[in-house]
Design a protein around this ligand. Structure first.
Ligand SMILES: Nc1ncnc2c1ncn2[C@@H]1O[C@H](COP(=O)(O)OP(=O)(O)OP(=O)(O)O)[C@@H](O)[C@H]1O
Ligand SMILES: [Mg+2]
Length: 349
């Protein structure tokens, strides 16, 4: 019986399993990984439920992520889509414009999803649409905040347009977003099951002090503050739009220790990657723990979180990568001084 088989399928996808897989790639952010795992599981469950003609409406668990630059927002969303094995489309909210203006219509976000699936409408209908820089389309009135003037580029109009796709059911989207299209190249797609994940750094957001801390007390993790709808409306978002993003996730700034772990431990860690690269030249590359900490602290100084790590590592390894095969057979150990020197050279050139 079909139904039974599909229920069986759920016995081996659980929020915990999704969490454990995220954990292999994403360092720290325990709470965010839990919230995402639950939302993703509900997303899958909802799709299955509707497939069997479920009648009670299960609300979509669209997600809003906030957190500092380089803390893993985009990485989490991409990794999640990969784990779920659903198509993923990355979008930048600042490229969207109100309907009728020059720029991207929000429908293009769905078009990208279709493109990611090679125009497979069925697959796209269960995909994940990621919208980055959502904080940049907040409505700005007056000049109260820093950079206020530059931020109100039709923000509210774009929010209205986004609202339409977040609550929409069927829309027409261009079949191939990369090509110039005419009115015959559109296809109808049911967007009611697409999971939307919006993210932004909200770096200038003032979180009201009475917003309630969430998470489990007494555990090792500090209690997290949830961004309330009120905070978001005050920041310049339409209440209706925030109502469509009910799952709120707050990422933490990564510590130096987290950054060292990111360099060395996860599935896609950079240090093992460079070690493999050097091993191909018969060079054994090693880093002292203090050298890794030095790199981490340099990244923290740049306030770019993990985003800064690769560029720093490239600078540090530049002299070694340059001589590469000439030092075959050697063991090269990177010390804190090597890191400091590389960064000092970079600063003067
Ligand atoms: N928590 C993390 N664990 C492992 N790697 C991470 C983590 N956070 C960031 N990274 C690494 O840093 C890169 C940049 O991170 P990401 O793009 O997710 O940052 P972001 O939070 O979206 O920042 P921004 O606000 O600047 O877009 C990722 O591609 C990944 O390699
Ligand atoms: Mg990002």
């Amino acid at each position: 019986m079909k139904e039974k088989r599909d229920i069986y399928r759920f016995l081996h996808v659980t929020p915990r399993r999704i969490f454990e897989q995220l954990d292999q790639y994403v360092v720290g952010q325990k709470h965010a990984k839990e919230v995402l795992a639950i939302a993703a599981y509900n997303h899958l469950k909802r799709i299955e439920y509707l497939k069997f003609g479920g009648e009670v409406s299960i609300r979509k668990s669209n997600i809003l992520m906030a957190g500092p630059s380089g803390s893993g927002k985009t990485y989490l969303a991409r990794t999640l889509a990969r784990i779920l094995d659903v198509p993923f489309a990355y979008n930048d909210a600042t490229a969207f414009t109100e309907a009728g203006y020059y720029g991207e219509d929000v429908e293009v976000a769905i078009g990208r999803l279709l493109y990611a699936t090679n125009q497979n409408v069925n697959a796209a209908e269960n995909g994940v649409v990621f919208i980055d820089e959502i904080d940049k389309i907040a409505r700005r009135t007056g000049g109260a905040r820093t950079g206020a003037g530059s931020r109100d580029i039709g923000g509210e109009g774009v929010q209205q347009a986004l609202l339409k796709i977040l609550e929409g059911e069927k829309i027409f989207v261009p079949l191939n977003v990369t090509a110039h299209w005419n009115k015959y190249d559109y296809v109808e797609i049911d967007i009611s099951n697409i999971l939307f994940i919006c993210a932004g750094s909200f770096s200038d957001m003032e979180v009201s002090s009475d917003s309630k801390p969430i998470g489990f007390f007494g555990e090792e993790a500090p209690p997290q503050r949830e961004i309330s709808s009120e905070d978001l409306v005050k920041y310049g978002f339409l209440p209706e739009l925030m109502g469509r993003l009910p799952v709120r996730v707050q990422l933490e700034a990564l510590s130096a220790d987290d950054l060292v772990t990111i360099l060395t431990q996860p599935r896609e860690a950079m240090v093992p990657e460079y070690q493999r690269l050097c091993a191909l030249d018969q060079i054994q590359l090693d880093f002292t723990r203090d050298a890794l900490l030095e790199i981490a602290n340099a990244a923290l100084k740049q306030k770019l979180g993990a985003r800064a790590l690769r560029a720093i590592l490239e600078k540090v390894l530049h002299p070694i990568l340059f001589v590469g095969p000439e030092r075959a057979g050697e063991r090269i150990v990177i010390e804190p001084d090597d890191v400091r020197r590389a960064i000092a050279i970079a600063a003067t050139t």
